[in-house]
Structure formats: structure tokens, C-alpha cells
Design a protein around this ligand. Sequence first.
Ligand code: AP5
Ligand code: MG
Length: 210
Amino acid sequence: MNIILMGCPGAGKGTQSAKLLQTFPLHHISTGDVLRAEMASGSALGKQIAEIVNQGNLVPDELMITMLENIVKSTDKGIIFDGFPRTVAQAEALDAMMKRLQREITHVIMIDLPQEEVVNRICSRKQCKQCKAIVRVDEKNPAEKCAACGGELYTRPDDTPEKAARRLEVYRNSTLPVKTYYQNSGKYVEVNGNQTPEKVFEDIQKILEK
Ligand code: AP5
Ligand code: MG
């Protein structure tokens, strides 16, 4: 099983990936997490990447494709692709790479979320520095520490209303065409992301167990 999880910023790709990992023996590749790890390392490349990511723009395709290929080659497990491909060029490169590696994308799952929900979700998200858990922090859950491991929660620099709006614009212009790319592949399915995380996961599970 090799799954592409698509969806706008805040759709729940990371949340559903974590749930999938509890049920299926898959390897999770979040290109956002890969880039954030490079930024946190303080490398020269990380600094260049930070200038792009923190403005809500996309890292160049060539760099992303090289980074991704190295990770794909490092595992024999089925993969959850979270946040990749984000452009048609990346989708074409992924197809070519999977063919070369004699692997195949089995499911393309689009998590649909109304755009008016995006800023709200993004601006109430925190992530654990230690275990990377994604947490919704609001009046109902004013958490300061991670409930899972006690680690420090932080806000991503690209999680401001302005950057969220920019990311949404980039999504509409560059990533929505990827939906058209896969729509007639026989692998493309949409799920309603505007339900509880548990219900979204139930719907995804049904698709995977068909
Ligand atoms: P990335 O990290 O992939 O960010 P994104 O696509 O904007 O998506 P998010 O991580 O913000 O949202 P998500 O869908 O994972 O939602 P989550 O589960 O966290 O990429 C960041 C940046 O890196 C990009 O902008 C770009 O610069 C660069 N980049 C990455 N990949 C790239 C590529 N391939 N090419 C070029 N550049 C690339 O949930 C969000 C919040 O909602 C959380 O608080 C969560 O608790 C809550 N939530 C989730 N599900 C539900 C639900 N069902 N109901 C209620 N709340 C929910
Ligand atoms: Mg994410």
C-alpha cells in the first residue's frame, strides 16, 4: 500500500497519518516535517528553506524530488506521502520514480475541507517539539504541554492568519491541478474532512480495506 494524502493546509493530513500509523505498518513521509527538520538543524540549506517556507511558498520541485527519492529508497515499507506531490511536476516525478523502483501508488486520498475552516484550524494548531504530536489548542483545550509525552508545544512560524492565507493561495494555484492529474487514475477518492478526526479516519479505513 502506497498512499498519497492530499488536502489543503489544515485539512488533517498529519492527524490522519498518525492514526494510519497506529493501524497499518506504513512509513510516513511528511515533506513539511522533513523541511522543518532541515531548518531546525541550522544548516545553510535549512536557512535557505526557512526563507521560503516561513513565507508560505513552495520549495523548488527539483530539491523536493531529490529529498523525497532518498527517503523512499531508505524504506521497504508501504508509504504515506503527506504533503507530496504538491505540483504536477512533482506528481510526474513521483510516478517516474515509483516505476523505476518497481513500486506503485495504490491510493490517492483527498481530505476535503471548506476553505473557511482553514485559518481557524491552522491558528489553533500546536505541535510537540519532542514527539511531533499535532494538537488543537483552544478554549476547550488550553494545553501548554503535550498530553502524550509532556514535551513543549510550539507554534509553526507559518501558522499565522497571513501565512495561512498565502499557503491557501499557493494550494489553489499549484496543488489543486494535482487533483486533476489523479482524478481519472482509478486511485483517486475524496473524504469529508469536516467531521471529527475519528470519523474521517473511519472513512479512510473503509477505502483502504476495500
Ligand atoms: P506542510 O507541513 O505539509 O503544511 P500544509 O500542507 O500547509 O498542511 P498542514 O501541516 O498545515 O496541515 P495538515 O493537513 O497536516 O493538518 P493537521 O493534521 O496538522 O508544509 C509546510 C510548508 O512546507 C509548505 O507551505 C511549503 O512551504 C513546504 N513544503 C512542504 N511540502 C512541500 C512540497 N512537496 N513541495 C514544496 N514545498 C513543500 O491539522 C491541522 C489542525 O486541525 C490541528 O490543530 C489538528 O488538531 C486539527 N484537526 C485535524 N483534523 C481535524 C478534524 N477532523 N476536526 C477538527 N480539528 C482537526
Ligand atoms: Mg501537516
